[in-house]
Design a protein around this ligand. Structure first.
Ligand SMILES: Nc1ncnc2c1ncn2[C@@H]1O[C@H](COP(=O)(O)OP(=O)(O)OP(=O)(O)O)[C@@H](O)[C@H]1O
Ligand SMILES: [Mg+2]
Length: 218
């Protein structure tokens, strides 16, 4: 299955890259915005995401992507992180699906429901699939925009707690976590502490847009 591609780096026996781009652009126009189009400068990022979701082991090795971890997409405001994670879901089987949940919404849920929310998104995040209990994958959208919350006087970093718990579940039950963020690694550390930063590194592949990637909102 040869693919036409003008970039040396984008070659795969598994991924029909041109077809995937066509599909994503069509879905983007339908579900994101009529102006949606795949930009050439995003091809490599898209290729890496497709390597991951298509489990292309040869390219995963070449691009240092660990297929057992989740994905952390980093990049400046408006570069298209959330849109990509939304569209890629259309290409996945039910078993591979993840739920996209904004960190702001989780924080608001915590204010309303308290500590049960931390369990809901970590230790209790299991679903019944074909008679088996399997871990729910989440994509936490916009890590770092939420703030510490005081709940009955206790200051809690809800997302840090959820990520720490999900890390334990990643180790014991292979629970996958994806996320998008505007933060750099050092900003993640100042937001969540180095224990979280170190665990994120262990449970996610970082796929980074260029710092200069343009804001697609303007
Ligand atoms: N490939 C694209 N072509 C045209 N418009 C796009 C494309 N990708 C995203 N957009 C539009 O650009 C805007 C920003 O996209 P998106 O929300 O995915 O960015 P983001 O990186 O998640 O931003 P933020 O960091 O603020 O969360 C949206 O309005 C979306 O409709
Ligand atoms: Mg976003």
């Amino acid at each position: 299955m040869a693919n036409r591609s003008d970039s040396e780096e984008i070659r795969s026996n598994i991924i029909q890259f041109d077809k995937c781009l066509e599909f994503l652009e069509k879905a983007g126009k339908e579900y994101i915005s009529s102006k949606f189009r795949i930009c050439r400068e995003d091809h490599l990022i898209l290729f890496k995401l497709l390597i991951y979701f298509y489990r292309d082991e040869v390219n995963a090795k070449r691009h240092s992507i660990d297929l057992h971890k989740g994905i952390l997409i980093t990049g400046p405001v408006g570069c298209g992180k959330t849109s990509l994670m939304t569209l890629l879901r259309f290409m996945l089987s039910p078993k591979e699906q993840y739920i996209i949940k904004s960190t702001r919404d989780i924080t608001l849920e915590f204010i309303q429901d308290g500590y049960t929310v931390i369990n809901k998104y970590s230790k209790a995040a299991f679903q019944q699939t074909s008679g088996e209990l399997s871990p729910k994958s989440y994509c936490f959208d916009d890590l770092g925009v939420e703030s510490n919350i005081k709940y009955y006087g206790n200051e809690t970093n809800v997302m840090a707690e959820i990520l720490l718990s999900r890390y334990d579940m990643f180790i014991s039950r292979h629970m996958l976590t994806h996320a998008t963020t505007n933060l750099s690694a050092s900003e993640i550390e100042s937001c969540y502490g180095n224990r979280v930063r170190s665990r994120l590194r262990e449970m996610m592949n970082v796929i980074a847009f260029d710092k200069e990637a343009k804001d697609k909102r303007v």
